[in-house]
Design a protein around this ligand. Structure first.
Ligand code: FAD
Length: 474
């Protein structure tokens, strides 16, 4: 028999449920494919940096599979529709008996998989797995059998359910009977804009596991104290790996539990605090399945669609470039533009600024983040934006509006982070770093840094009025 594993956002060989199942019969011939879909990626605004990380990770997984005697064939199609045609033909040509893949939860991906299964039905047995989550969507529900709309009760129920599911990690497959294969040629470059991802994210699951081990052993204890300070590497930095499945959430959870066995009983601990973030990741994915409209960028709270956004293109551009005159926002946006990653506290501040200070539709920000992020993930990005824009479930209420200056003072008190990304403010003393123009005026100096593009106090009032009008019915 011939088994085919279709790799998608699960670019690793350890703890990969589809791969493990495909390899469980030692007598089977096992093939693997990956299909790049550049046109589809463009439609989904995938960042060129993420495509570059995907390519490097694909190369690593191809080599790891070759050592196990499994050849990974990389193919490129325009989009999902073309990938179905190609895969159906490939299965015919290779006489595939069974197809194995790990589920993706976004709407277009689910439709593609359903169409493919229909196309193959009667000829190829299809087996799919919940692999990118600790608990499958739909498994954590209210007493009334619904998805939780509020996070904390979801988390409490989630932790209870965790004991009922097997969340252990699976080993990498054994070497096939034919032995290892020669080192394969690297997959062809994707037909996608090139991008440099620097050295921060070395490809391959070993690098990801090493970072996970070091974080769980040495830094997670301080997570609650440090996680909100962007000048410190207080978070794991694992999101780019989790987003494309170089690492699984089970690997994260089990490593955490190995270092901190009582994590579930210690809600005040850093370890629990970190687990909490992994559960936020689950929450947003479960929501995506329960409310597929989220994939179509509909707000969770319907009346918020009536907000009259100002949508000023020059303000949008100032935000995108990190030229708003608000140092913490600008430093954040430059970190994003230069590295493809942004600290969580800064994602909250800069998203709030776009929506509530510039009164720009959150979807413009969601798209821009996606087009830049190395860890771009529809569920988390949409969840984060709808939270910040007060359009989501369990979101910040619309009248809670971050003050970007006081946020900066609180979370980057000495301006260490700001100075790193805004060298033009290097000379401004700590006390004035969040009001650089006030200082420059006193010193009679000119700064090569923009004046604030809006007055926060005024902008706040306008936003409150816009939301209140929408709530009254537009
Ligand atoms: P850690 O603090 O070490 O957390 C561990 C892991 O938990 C992360 O790698 C991530 O997978 C998950 N996680 C942490 N916080 C969240 C959260 N709030 N929601 C969902 N999952 C979380 N995260 C993405 O992975 N992709 C995105 O596209 C994305 N877009 C965001 C947009 C906005 C506006 C906001 C406010 C948040 C967004 N996040 C996104 C969530 C969060 O900012 C990042 O996951 C986090 O900054 C990644 O850094 P880390 O790996 O060091 O996180």
């Amino acid at each position: 028999t011939t088994h085919l594993v279709w790799l998608r956002n699960d670019l690793r060989i350890t703890d990969n449920r589809a791969l493990h199942a495909a390899c469980s019969d030692p007598a089977a011939r096992v093939l693997a494919v990956f299909i790049a879909t550049p046109q589809q990626w463009r439609r989904h605004e995938m960042a060129p940096r993420q495509a570059a990380l995907l390519h490097a990770s694909l190369r690593a997984v191809q080599q790891a599979l070759a050592q196990k005697g499994v050849a990974l064939h990389c193919h490129s199609c325009a989009d999902f529709a073309a990938s179905i045609d190609w895969l159906a033909e490939y299965c015919r040509r290779e006489q595939v008996d069974a197809l194995f893949y790990n589920r993706q939860y976004e709407l277009n991906e689910r439709r593609r998989d359903a169409q493919l299964e229909q196309r193959l039905s009667g000829r190829v047995m299809c087996q799919s797995f919940d692999d990118s989550l600790l608990l499958p969507p739909g498994s954590v529900q209210t007493g009334g059998g619904e998805m939780y709309k509020v996070y904390t009760p979801f988390r409490n129920a989630f932790i209870q359910r965790l004991a009922e599911f097997d969340v252990s990690c699976l080993p990498a497959p054994k070497i096939r009977a034919g032995g290892a294969l020669p080192v394969p040629e690297a997959p062809a470059a994707f037909d996608y804009p090139a991008a440099d991802i620097g050295d921060d994210y070395p490809a391959g699951e070993e690098a990801a596991l090493q970072r996970l081990r070091a974080f769980s052993r040495e830094r997670v204890q301080d997570y609650l104290r440090q996680r909100d300070l962007p000048a410190i590497a207080g978070t794991s930095g694992l999101s780019p790996y989790l987003a494309i499945g170089v690492l699984s959430p089970r690997q994260c959870f089990n490593r955490l539990r190995a270092e901190h066995p009582s994590v579930l009983e210690a809600p005040e601990s850093g370890a629990f605090g970190w687990l909490n973030e992994l559960i936020w990741r689950e929450f947003y994915r479960h929501l995506l399945v329960a409310y597929p409209a989220l994939c179509k960028h509909r707000p969770f709270i319907a009346w918020t669609d009536k907000v009259r956004w100002r949508n000023d293109p020059s303000l949008l551009q100032a935000w995108q470039r990190g030229e708003t005159g608000y140092p913490i926002v600008d430093a954040a946006m430059r970190q994003l533009n230069e590295t493809g990653w942004m600290h969580n506290r800064l994602r909250m501040i800069s998203a709030s600024f776009l929506v509530k200070d510039l009164l720009i539709d959150w979807r413009a920000g969601e798209r821009y983040f996606m087009s830049q992020l190395l860890d771009g993930d529809l569920a988390a990005n949409n969840g984060g934006w709808q939270w910040a824009a007060s359009t989501g479930t369990d979101a910040a209420p619309y009248f809670r509006i971050f003050n970007p200056t006081t946020q900066g003072e609180r979370f980057d008190p000495q301006g260490t982070f700001i100075r790193k990304w805004l060298p033009e403010l290097a000379d401004v003393p700590d006390n004035d770093i969040h009001h650089p123009h006030r200082w420059a005026e006193k010193q009679r100096r000119t700064l090569n840094y923009p004046l604030p593009v809006v007055d926060h106090r005024q902008a706040r009032l306008e936003t409150l009025a816009a939301f209140e009008a929408a709530k009254r019915g537009g």
